[in-house]
Design a protein around this ligand. Structure first.
Ligand code: AMP
Length: 115
């Protein structure tokens, strides 16, 4: 997707602070963090949101994303104190970037319910 900002980050056309990368996944720090640790984990392949996932994605893409999150949790020292993983979907979910992403939030106590 030519104009998608997260595709541009994945292609390194837009700078970001990358904290993890492999063939399929890239993770980078959110430009407007809402927690001391705020990392976005995305598939390099463009998928609009959770709504567009296909059966095949549950076999490789989604496991890869959660393996990456697990690695980041250890890397960022969040395992003991806890953290939150969020994927906003569509208008009511508060999604502002149309490329599937998972927020990894940590370093402070989270509230429930979210706003
Ligand atoms: P969401 O609102 O769930 O779609 O999350 C999109 C997130 O992307 C927000 O937390 C933004 O701060 C973040 N964001 C937008 N542009 C960039 C960028 N160029 N680099 C890093 N994070 C970004």
């Amino acid at each position: 997707m030519d104009q998608c900002i997260f595709c541009k980050i994945a292609r390194k056309e837009l700078s970001s602070e990358i904290v993890f990368e492999n063939e399929k996944i890239i993770a980078f720090r959110d430009v407007a963090p809402v927690a001391p640790t705020h990392i976005l984990v995305i598939p390099k392949e463009h998928v609009e949101s959770l709504n567009e996932l296909e059966e095949k994605d549950y076999e490789s893409m989604i496991p890869e994303i959660f393996l990456c999150i697990q690695e980041l949790v250890t890397q960022q020292g969040l395992k003991e104190e806890g953290y939150r993983v969020v994927s906003n979907c569509g208008q009511n979910g508060g999604q502002t970037v149309g490329h599937l992403h998972f927020h990894l939030l940590g370093g402070r106590s989270m509230q429930w319910p979210p706003g």
